[in-house]
Design a protein around this ligand. Structure first.
Ligand code: RAT
Ligand code: ZN
Length: 422
């Protein structure tokens, strides 16, 4: 029956958020069939690039010295620097501890060698089962990059053997195509697509062949969406190759494949190149560029996340104007409890239940556990406040209505948008 007191209301909300299986719409994880591309285990947890950035602030080693260590030595150095010599309360450090704890390890022992020993008896395949169940995740979307030589070889060699595990679904990532045409056109040529060294919308052969490449690879991967990250100064429409490619190739291919395009906007790559993946920066983006894309392409669907806190309000308001825009996630430097809380609350207030609150961006399988544990806690807290405010109006809800909303947020909104059925 209807919920008649706030105590029960809170129990129902927390219960729904914790037991609803998640679809994680953007990760860097790989199915076991991807032969060794999938990262897992405590040494990879400790050498996550988020932790490397933090370590480099506290260690006497130069980044080159650090990079010259082998994986185990790097992990030991991070452990000593961030966990032993200082307290590990940063979000990325805390994540390691949440993960180990939820796997049943004794976090209070601080015994890295015991953690390593625990992993020794496992295989990736078995660990996948364990992590998905501990994390309450049913499906993750991978980031599949045909411009990565190792990955490309696997797709060419194994084809749809890579897509048989329904827990790992592909997405086709195309940053190199949009932002590095001058080098990457060669990859297309090698794969048998007759494209030229300079992208121009007037070069019909190149336009046709690039479309064909995207459609072929979208099909080969059975990609749920095409996607790319964008710098903050990305402008649209413009003469830039990225803008031209979007109009003439990418969005055409999305139409033919009937899939959305995912835009992750606001990253300035390699402001400190010596840090590698850890050297990227955030910048305030031009929301108008996304506005014009949505307006010009009403038949296309766009998943959009932005990296800068300053863009969040504008983006949420924009989603009120365009039903072909689905806001998702608190990306990368925003994936901290204080910011997830503020952003999720604002999105609830502006968009009701019509957004996707979070994705994990996990690069190491084990991270699914902490990313979702930490996000769920914040999302549940925010939803409790929203339902309590609703309760105060005199509105009464059945538990199944709350469960419906939560499964929209954590799972169904993504699939409905992919299918174009909202
Ligand atoms: O969050 C991250 O791990 C970043 O390094 C990026 O991968 C970002 O999420 C991206 O997909 O570009
Ligand atoms: Zn990512």
């Amino acid at each position: 029956g209807a919920i008649t007191d706030k105590e029960r209301l809170r129990r129902v909300v927390f219960g729904a958020v914790y037991k609803t299986p998640v679809t994680d719409m953007h990760t860097h994880l790989y199915a076991p069939a991807f032969e060794g591309l999938g990262l897992w285990g405590v040494d990879h947890l400790l050498t996550y690039h988020y932790l490397i950035a933090e370590t480099m602030r506290q260690t006497p080693l130069s980044h080159e010295e650090f990079q010259s260590l082998d994986r185990r030595a790097m992990a030991e150095h991070v452990w000593k620097t961030l966990f032993v010599d200082h307290s590990p309360y940063s979000e990325a450090c805390r994540g390691v501890l949440t993960t180990l704890g939820r796997l049943g390890l004794d976090v209070s022992s601080r015994d890295l060698s015991a953690y390593r020993k625990w992993y020794d008896g496992l295989t990736y395949r078995r660990f996948v089962d364990l992590v998905f169940s501990a994390a309450g995740v049913k499906t993750v979307v991978m980031t599949n990059d045909p411009f990565d030589p190792r990955e490309r070889e696997l797709w060419l060699k194994k084809g749809d053997a890579l897509t048989r595990d329904p827990r790992f679904r592909p997405s086709l990532r195309i940053d190199p195509l949009l932002f590095d045409w001058g080098n990457q056109y060669r990859v297309l040529r090698e794969l048998g697509y007759d494209v030229g060294p300079v992208f121009s919308a007037d070069d019909h052969r190149t336009v046709e062949e690039t479309r064909r490449f995207l459609i072929d690879w979208g099909r080969r991967m059975d990609a749920l969406y095409l996607g790319a990250s964008f710098p903050p100064d990305f402008d649209y429409p413009s003469d830039s190759p990225a803008s031209q490619l979007l109009d003439h190739c990418v969005l055409e291919a999305c139409g033919r494949l009937n899939v959305p395009f995912a835009m992750m906007v606001g990253v300035r790559r390699r402001v400190n190149p010596s840090l590698g993946l850890a050297g990227d920066m955030v910048g305030r983006a031009r929301v108008e560029a996304v506005e014009r894309i949505c307006a010009r392409h009403p038949a296309r669907r766009f998943f959009v996340t932005m990296l800068s806190r300053e863009n969040q309000h504008e983006l949420a308001v924009l989603a009120r104007k365009f039903r072909n825009l689905m806001v998702f996630g608190c990306w990368w430097f925003l994936n901290n409890p204080s910011l997830v809380e503020e952003i999720t609350e604002m999105r609830c207030e502006l968009l009701g239940t019509a957004f996707i609150p979070q994705h994990s961006d996990a690069r190491v399988l084990d991270q699914l556990i902490y990313k979702w544990d930490h996000s769920r806690r914040v999302i549940a807290r925010v939803l409790c406040r929203k339902y309590e405010d609703l309760f105060d109006t005199g509105w009464r809800m059945e538990p199944r209505e709350i469960e419906r909303d939560v499964s929209d947020l954590l799972d169904r909104n993504f699939w409905k948008f992919v299918k174009g059925s909202i």
